[in-house]
Design a protein around this ligand. Structure first.
Ligand SMILES: [Zn+2]
Ligand SMILES: [Zn+2]
Ligand SMILES: [Zn+2]
Ligand SMILES: [Zn+2]
Ligand SMILES: [Zn+2]
Ligand SMILES: [Zn+2]
Ligand SMILES: [Zn+2]
Length: 1821
């Protein structure tokens, strides 16, 4: 065997080692041999020098070499030995022996998506991984999506985790395989070696990780040559902040703060980091400094250790060994089983086994070591059924200690061993086994109790301080309790009963200790001095409530258990009550009824809101009925049968328990049934206190009580607080005589005086002198209201199964109805308002469709549910879960609705379901004497004119109660043949003094006008019920007829009223719409259209209206162009001084507020950045448009001087403010930013508004010039030649090479014309001649020029400087003004903005004309005017030089440095630039700025032809056809063949291969499509320039644009005729072949074409879009989870964030990926936007599911994501977990936001509106 191994290992000493190991193994000394080997090798590999020892200096290389060495030297030999052959082959073979896996068990990484099926999961912790989920049937169920916090694994295949379909398709395959002991499947020799190897390795790893002597190693690992090096090891804690650690480190080891940040990052990520390497002394010093500088009064110092490097080395290796073990057992079930057995084997010494040691030492380990230990436990022990059981027994046994350790620890729950609870306790069989055999329930509850309570005199006392400070850590046993209890047992046995009840008793002890917690006494006179702490009791309540409810649920499933539990609770209750001696009783009388009540005054004595024992009893009580028990069943109270085996056992355990722990009085020898009064008293006190709080009697007790009352009622607590108290009162009420019950209530409400005193002399029982009579009256009135509400609730709340005859669906349905009566609601709002069960289910989906209809959302907002109309009748304004706000909102909504529908405004009490048998006597309250008396009294007082002791609210409630009583009587008449309910009878007794006549007396009373409709309803209902009653008694029909008539009379009256109301409403609506219209008229400036449409005279609005389209087809270019008709921006109103201003040369200058930003939105080379701004040539623009400047405006117009004053005021204000405190503004004043004074849109410059060119330059002047295209071309060519010759001569003369760019200088016009034919020369001369007569004087004011300069500067700084240099406004010279590029950048932004708008229109499929917003139209119009004029306002010679450079690119003669070939030129930019500059081509020193030439229009036409021709060649060269095809039946046109001819010619000329020759049709289509964007941009440009209206065809979408565009631009429809002389006829615009040839031979062309299609811009240029997103959001999460931090060696990223522009995933918001930007650390997103988006970015934060918008370094905002759930809602933070799908509409909206360059504007708007955004450090994201 050894020989075979050696043979396979080529020349490596591994074979020798393996041989040695084999030898030692045979001698039985494998451990010694391995330890010796490790002792030698390990210190050589790990922590060998400072470079690899100190964490931050670990270069990837060092890490890699360490990794490789340990692999080669340490693990390789071990694997060869273990396998007895090539490990790769052997492991593969072992894998094939495995049973197909039935469990997935995939361990989740942080951020990985997990799925739970809401229909099928056993509890919400059961999850699938994405692979399993996608292959399971649950995909079609209601599922919940979430991201894993790490830890945890896939439960696929766990039959206990799922109610059905526990297997996905993959893991189903494992079914049916009989399980055989996996070890038996292993080859025996491998198994034998594995037993040894795995044991030694595991033992070693655990020994080393838990090794405590930092100075040296165990003897058997001591190296032969001792070293003397140490490291200072810094450990993580969760107490010190990053900053504190960094600070300490910079002091201790003298490092840069950047390095300290890196250390801190490693410490945080891994749990420890070595920060210094050296001798003992220096390491000790560093430790001392760190400890000193991090200790303070409040916190312990950071943990620091000085460790011998060899210890570190072995610990590092030990971690690797653990990983290795995990990998090895992953290959084979057998090996896994061996490892588990080893780990769980108790050593003969009796010491704990390895697993137990790790459990107990968990908190002593550092973070990564812990996590590795947990992972190997999950990967081995928890994957093996038998081992899992043993492990859980160990875990249970050590549970108290482990929890205690966790309490003392400071690390998060996620890195503690207690996070494994969920893996064990959620397995129902396991949990049940642990309860039965190991008393799990008792252990868990007692562990909790021991942590937070002390035991005194047999009762537990909660430790407030612990609860308050440590609840976050304390709560985990309660969570575990929830897991343990989550599955109700379907079968009980004696042992389970016994152990459960044992746990239940301890729970009751815990609850007893809470009963009466935080009791309060009403404060009179003085306000309390200190707000008492109340949160801890509520925290406890919230965490405990689910477990208590579940325990009650368990009890309900077994009669015996229920009985025993009931007894335990009753006993506890009676003990709390105390003996009869301590309870004072007294007698009370109301209208001849007498009752003995407890004498306890809530307003004077302490009352608590915490009554968990009473509430538990109420919970159990509702279960009694299921087992045929009632409150008085003798089983519940009779003597306990202590002779049953069960009882004996439980007594034995009690005795044992008493001996061991706190003595618990558990003797249940005989218990008394508690009296109804006992049940009633405690909850009643609490409810009365709350009523008094509502009555504002407890105001002086402060906010603390206010908060408690709030939570008592809140949806999170009410099920186990308020609801249970109400149930308890209903229980008591059902047991009692109704009169006595009411007297007890009146007494407790302190209304005895009120009810007795008919003459209204007295007040409430609270006769404290400090309270004024007015207060007393107010309190009493409020208390009466509360009391009446209370009666409505007690008798009316029947939607609890057990009380009313309802199902739990009915209960949810009623909640939903009442929520929707407030307003229509989104799904999430509704779910939030409903209580969740333990599976986080509200039951909403099951019922909502039966009562509501869903309205889908639009592009914004959420989908909403609306109540179906037929359910409005179920509305009850006194619904007990309404807050006061809910109540008034719902009443308002219902009132409004009813008025609109012309219905009666009464909201009568809804019809109620019948009560269950047990509670049927509840209704008797509604007919008892005290009730009738009380109501009558309320109504009488309303009637009495002088009475002050009545309120509208009282009347409302009284009427409601009467209605309820009538409903009840009616229902009983209809359902039962015999009734005892006599409300009608009692209410009519007493003649004029009766309740009935009191009701009638109220009719028409103005003081109850608001409830008049309800009163009518009540009286009608009264009569109706009376009739029913009479019918039963056979009364006459005549009476009935009378009644009906009175009823119909009121109906008719109501209808009349409703009709009148409707008319009134309509009138008001009409008035309002009138007002609105006139408002818009009066305040037109305020609307977006400001300053634009204002000036358009009616004739200018011809666009789009076909009637007025002139017969002549509009042409915008050339001497024959149509007259200007569409002229905008001619008059405006200054938003600052409100004066109107006509725009004309020489007038006061007006400006538009504008925002200029650099942009890469149009880039076709994403990621390419401007490298050297100093060398950037903005004139010759590359067609990939990788860098540009975009301009936008809000369209608001100001006088230039008004604006300047405004801006200076902002600057001054900001300077003053900066002195005092640094206020964070959403805009940066020092970058020239300001907000538009009207609409607050972000701006950073202004655009001057110039008069339209048609008003300055009459069209007529150029009409008479005639110069053919070829002559024009010839002249220009000659010009370029001459300039080049002159330049080269100059170069030669200089005879020295200079770095300066050779400059072309213009040559005088005569020197060109002299070589031309006479006619041509004359035309040429005329064309370029300066007009002296009109142009001598510049028509523009200085102010206009100044503003133009200002705008140019803004574009210049934004283009070339980032961040843009601070711009100085106003007068004064800017240092950059000398740069010739300043004006060019302004022309560039014009072209760039037009290109952007063209894209936007194309992207949205809108027509070219008529669909721009007025803002956009104003923007480009103003820009085009500025640009076209700017040529004549700058230095003519500079302009002329620019013209020459452009021409030498377009009409190349000699190749020149810095002049690119035509492939590298954007033709639209070139067209715009030439249009601006060509007029100045022949100017000289004598030409004054501001002059102009005559031939502008003709130049435009020729230019258009030339540039288009160049573009066509560009397109032909860049074409890349992969196949040639012609559709059937298409004849080759002349144009088509011309294109083929041209295509072949230019490509041949350029020397490119043409593998595929396309058909003529194909080529023609391609060319037309490709040239279209250029034509569209040109049309927009000339439209704005000339004001010639656009052709009607271009104002509709979906029509062919090509021909209309050509015509509008004076181009031939057959564009091939620009390049090729067709059919012999000279059409006068052919670019001759010589020029094609120059183009094609120009240097650079070949290279560009050879580099392949990837690097060339593809035509037609497509619109850039945000990256496509997957439809299902879980795919996004998955992409985020596989993404690892690029800087941390494969670690997960905490905040993976996707750039939506380029799709790159980034590790955001984390120190690890911070980089420097201009000397400041910034997060990955901020860094990215400077390469990807020119400082603007749009991201998707994957974990949060939200959009992040960033602009610059300091600004940003969050934005809802475009992913929506089925309810049309987004889910920020994935809190709800509904499946999310991409909403294309919303994503398109984001796309538009981005492409229209509106992100900076949007961010500022958001920041202005949302103060919290200003505090976020956006640069760190
Ligand atoms: Zn799975
Ligand atoms: Zn699966
Ligand atoms: Zn399912
Ligand atoms: Zn003004
Ligand atoms: Zn504005
Ligand atoms: Zn990172
Ligand atoms: Zn990007």
């Amino acid at each position: 065997m050894a020989a075979k191994i050696a043979g396979n290992l080529e020349g490596c000493n591994v074979s020798i080692i393996v041989q040695q190991l084999q030898g030692a193994y045979e001698r039985g000394q494998l451990k010694n041999a391995l330890y010796q080997y490790w002792a030698q090798q390990v210190p050589k590999i790990f922590f060998t020098s400072a470079e690899v020892a100190i964490s931050t200096q670990r270069t990837p290389d060092a890490v890699q070499s360490e990794e490789k060495l340990s692999r080669d030297v340490l693990f390789e030999p071990l694997e060869w030995f273990l396998c007895g052959g090539n490990p790769a082959a052997v492991f593969q073979q072992l894998q094939s022996l495995n049973n197909p896996p039935q469990l997935c068990g995939k361990v989740f990484k942080v951020g990985e998506p997990t799925y739970s099926c809401r229909d099928c999961c056993a509890d919400p912790t059961c999850v699938f991984c994405i692979e399993c989920f996608n292959k399971s049937t649950h995909k079609t169920h209601r599922y919940r999506m979430s991201t894993s916090g790490g830890g945890g694994y896939c439960d696929c295949g766990d039959v206990e985790a799922w109610k059905q379909d526990p297997w996905c398709d993959i893991h189903k395959q494992g079914l049916g395989q009989q399980s055989q002991n996996p070890i038996e499947k292993l080859p025996p020799d491998i198994a034998a070696r594995a037993w040894e190897v795995l044991k030694i390795a595991l033992q070693y790893a655990v020994d080393m990780l838990l090794w405590e002597q930092m100075g040296g190693l165990p003897q058997d690992l001591e190296p032969s040559v001792p070293q003397n090096t140490y490291v200072t090891m810094l450990f993580n804690d969760e107490i010190h902040t990053y900053e504190q650690v960094i600070n300490a480190l910079t002091k201790a080891i003298n490092c840069e703060s950047k390095e300290a940040v890196e250390f801190a990052t490693v410490v945080d990520r891994e749990g420890r980091s070595s920060v210094r390497y050296g001798n003992r002394k220096s390491c000790d010093e560093a430790r001392t400094v760190i400890q000193k500088s991090t200790s303070s009064v409040r916190s312990k110092p950071l943990k620091v250790e000085v460790m011998h490097t060899s210890v570190c080395a072995h610990q590092a290796f030990a971690q690797k060994v653990l990983n290795w073990l995990g990998q090895v057992v992953n290959h084979s079930d057998g090996l896994r089983h061996i490892l588990c057995t080893t780990a769980l084997q108790q050593p003969p010494t009796g010491d704990p086994c390895v697993v137990e040691r790790l459990m107990l030492a968990d908190t002593a380990l550092w973070k990564t070591a812990r996590v590795q230990c947990h992972q190997i436990m999950m990967g081995s022990l928890l994957m093996d059924q038998e081992s899992k059981k043993q492990f859980s027994v160990l875990y249970t046994r050590n549970y108290p200690q482990v929890q205690k350790d966790f309490m003392a620890d400071d690390h998060d729950h996620g890195v503690s061993i207690i996070s494994l609870s969920v893996q064990i306790f959620t397995v129902p069989t396991l949990a049940r086994y642990l309860i039965m055999e190991h008393d799990l329930l008792a252990i868990v509850i007692r562990t909790f109790l021991d942590q937070c309570a002390s035991c005194r005199h047999g009762r537990y006392l909660l430790d407030r301080e612990k609860l308050q400070k440590n609840f976050r850590r304390l709560q985990f046993p309660l969570l575990d309790l929830k897991y343990v209890l989550s599955m109700v047992p379907d079968q009980w046995n004696d042992q389970l009963k016994r152990k459960f009840l044992n746990g239940f008793k301890i729970m009751v002890e815990l609850l007893t200790s809470m009963q009466g917690m935080d009791s309060v006494t009403r404060q009179v006179g003085q306000h309390i001095e200190m707000e008492p702490e109340w949160e801890s009791a509520f925290n406890l309540q919230i965490k405990l409530a689910p477990a208590v409810a579940m325990m009650a649920g368990w009890c309900a499933t077994d009669k015996m258990v229920l009985i025993d539990a009931f007894r335990i609770v009753v006993k506890a209750l009676l003990e709390i009550r105390g003996t009869a001696d301590t309870v004072k009783m007294c007698k009370r009388r109301v209208c001849d009824q007498e009752a003995i009540v407890v004498d306890y005054t809530v307003s004077r004595e302490p009352v608590s809101i915490h009554l968990p024992i009473c509430r538990l009893l109420a919970g159990l009580y509702l279960q009694l009925g299921k087992h045929g028990l009632t409150f008085n069943s003798p089983e519940l109270y009779g003597p306990l049968d202590w002779t049953s085996p069960q009882a004996r056992l439980s007594r034995a355990s009690e005795i044992a328990h008493r001996a061991s722990a706190c003595p618990t009085p558990l003797v249940l020898a005989r218990s008394q049934p508690p009296s109804a009064m006992d049940l009633l008293e405690q909850p009643l006190r609490t409810l009365v206190m709350i009523a008094q709080v509502h009555a504002e009697m407890w105001k002086r007790n402060g906010y603390s009580l206010f908060h408690q009352v709030y939570y008592y009622h809140n949806v999170r607590c009410r099920a186990e607080m308020q609801d249970k108290d109400i149930i308890m009162l209903q229980v008591a009420c059902a047991q009692m005589d109704p009169n006595q019950f009411l007297i007890a209530l009146l007494n407790k409400f302190e209304l005895m005086n009120w009810i007795e005193d008919v003459t209204e002399k007295g007040g409430s029982a609270t006769d404290v002198s400090a309270e004024s009579t007015r207060d007393l009256l107010r309190f009493t009135n409020s208390l009466v209201e509360e009391f009446l509400t209370f009666l409505i609730i007690i008798t009316g709340e029947r939607y609890v199964p057990g009380i009313g005859q309802v199902s739990s669906e009915d209960m949810v349905r009623r909640e939903v109805i009442h929520q929707l009566c407030i307003s229509p609601m989104a799904h999430s709002e509704l779910s939030k308002a409903l209580p969740e069960n333990n599976n986080y289910e509200t039951g909403l989906e099951g019922v909502v469709h039966s009562v509501a209809s869903f309205k889908k959302p639009g592009v914004t907002g959420m989908g909403r549910y609306e109540l179906k109309p037929e359910f409005y009748k179920d509305y009850n304004p006194f619904f007990y879960h309404y807050t006061r706000a809910d109540q008034s909102k719902s009443e308002e909504a219902q009132l409004k609705r009813k008025k609109q529908e012309g219905e009666s405004t009464a909201c009568p009490p809804p019809e109620l379901p019948a009560l269950s048998k047990e509670f049927s006597s509840l209704v008797n309250v509604l007919e008892c004497d005290v009730f009738v008396h009380t109501i009558r009294m309320v109504l009488r007082r309303v009637n009495s004119s002088r009475s002050r002791s009545w309120t509208e609210a009282m009347v409302h409630r009284a009427l409601h109660l009467v209605g309820m009583a009538l409903n009840e009587e009616k229902r009983l008449y209809q359902t039962s043949p015999y009734i005892r309910f006599n409300f009608v009878k009692k209410a009519t007794e007493g003649g004029s003094n009766s309740l009935y006549s009191a009701l009638h007396d109220l009719l028409g009373k103005p003081r109850i006008q608001n409830h008049a409709d309800l009163l009518t309803w009540v009286i009608d209902r009264f009569d109706e019920v009376k009739d029913l009653k009479d019918q039963k008694q056979g009364a006459s029909d005549a009476q009935k007829a009378k009644k009906v008539s009175s009823k119909s009379k009121t109906d008719a009256e109501r209808k009349k009223k409703a009709e009148a109301a409707r008319k009134r409403r309509e009138k008001i609506l009409a008035q309002m719409s009138d007002m609105q219209k006139s408002f818009i008229r009066d305040n037109l400036e305020l609307f977006e259209a400001t300053g634009t449409e204002l000036s358009s005279s009616p004739s200018m609005e011809v666009e789009g209206s076909p009637m007025v389209v002139p017969s002549q087809y509009p042409v915008a270019v050339g001497p024959d162009r149509s007259p200007a008709t569409h002229v905008t921006l001619t008059t405006s109103t200054c938003i600052l001084c409100q004066e109107d201003q006509e725009v004309a040369a020489g007038n006061k200058c007006v400006v538009l507020a504008a925002y200029v930003q650099r942009s890469t939105a149009l880039s076709k080379s994403r990621g390419k950045v401007l490298e050297d701004p100093d060398k950037y040539d903005p004139l010759l623009v590359s067609p990939d448009l990788y860098h540009g400047v975009h301009t936008s405006t809000c369209g608001h117009v100001m006088h230039a001087d008004c604006w300047q004053r405004f801006y200076e005021a902002i600057v001054a204000r900001e300077q003053r403010r900066a002195l005092r405190f640094r206020h964070i503004l959403s805009y940066e004043v020092d970058r020239g930013e300001f907000l538009c004074p009207l609409c607050e849109t972000l701006s950073n410059t202004v655009i001057p508004i110039l008069p339209p060119s048609s008003t300055i330059q009459p069209d007529s002047v150029s009409a008479d010039i005639s110069l053919s295209f070829s002559d024009w071309l010839d002249g220009l060519k000659k010009t370029v030649e001459a300039s080049q010759r002159a330049m080269m001569k100059e170069e030669e003369d200089k005879m020295e090479s200079s770095d300066d760019m050779p400059v072309l200088s213009p040559c005088p016009l005569p020197s060109i014309t002299k070589n031309m034919a006479e006619m041509a020369a004359q035309g040429f001369q005329q064309l370029f001649e300066y007009m002296t007569e009109t142009g001598a004087q510049a028509p523009y004011s200085d102010s206009v020029k100044e503003m133009m300069k200002l705008f140019s500067r803004a574009t210049y700084t934004n283009m070339l400087h980032d961040p843009p240099l601070p711009t100085k406004f106003g007068l004064g010279l800017d240092p950059n003004d000398d740069d010739d590029r300043v004006p060019i950048t302004a022309w560039g932004t014009c072209a760039y903005t037009i290109r952007t708008l063209e894209w936007l229109l194309r992207d949205q499929g809108k027509p070219l004309f008529g669909s721009l917003s007025s803002r956009q139209a104003d923007c480009i119009t103003a820009l085009v005017r500025v640009v076209t004029v700017s040529g004549s306002l700058s230095d003519p010679q500079t302009i002329s030089k620019s013209a020459l450079r452009l021409l030498s690119a377009l009409l190349p003669q000699e190749p020149m440095k810095n002049i690119p070939c035509i492939l590298d030129l954007d033709m639209f930019f070139t067209l715009v630039f030439l249009h601006v500059t060509i007029s100045s081509l022949y100017c000289d020193e004598n030409t004054a700025a501001g002059g102009t030439i005559r031939g502008v229009a003709l130049n435009d036409k020729h230019l258009m032809h030339l540039v288009t021709a160049a573009h066509l060649v560009q397109i032909l060269l860049a074409a890349n056809f992969t196949s040639a095809d012609t559709p059937m039946d298409t004849e080759e046109t002349a144009e088509g063949s011309a294109w083929v001819k041209l295509f072949m010619a230019v490509r041949k000329e350029a020397g490119v291969q043409t593998p595929v020759v396309p058909s003529g049709w194909q080529l023609q289509t391609y060319v037309r499509e490709s040239v279209l964007p250029f034509l569209r941009c040109s049309a927009l440009f000339f439209h704005c320039h000339t004001g010639v209206q656009s052709p009607a065809q271009l104002q509709e979408s979906g029509v062919s644009e090509f021909e209309p565009l050509c015509q509008y631009l004076a181009l031939p429809a057959d564009l091939s005729s620009l390049l090729l002389q067709n059919s012999g006829a000279d059409v006068g615009h052919v670019v001759p072949h010589t020029i094609h040839s120059k183009w094609c031979h120009y240097p650079g062309i070949k290279e560009s074409l050879a580099s392949g299609p990837a690097s060339l811009v593809k035509y037609p240029v497509e619109v850039n879009r945000l990256v496509p997103l997957p439809h299902d959001y879980s795919d996004v999460i998955n992409r985020g989870s596989v993404f690892t931090c690029p800087r941390s060696d494969g670690d997960d990223s905490r905040a993976p964030t996707m750039c939506l522009v380029c799709g790159q995933m980034l590790c955001s918001q984390s120190y690890c990926c911070q980089t420097d930007l201009e000397g400041e650390p910034v997060g990955a997103c901020t860094a990215h936007i400077y390469t990807c988006g020119a400082g603007v970015g749009i991201f998707l934060r994957v974990r949060e599911c939200q959009i992040l918008l960033l602009t610059g370094k300091t600004k940003g905002c969050f934005y809802p994501s475009p992913y929506l759930d089925d309810y049309g809602e987004h889910d920020q933070g994935l809190r709800r977990g509904n499946p999310l799908y991409l909403c294309q509409e919303r994503y398109r909206k984001l796309q538009k936001l981005w492409l229209s360059h509106s992100i900076p504007e949007e961010v500022v708007h958001f920041m202005e509106a949302n103060a919290s955004f200003a505090t976020i450090e956006w640069q760190h994201l």
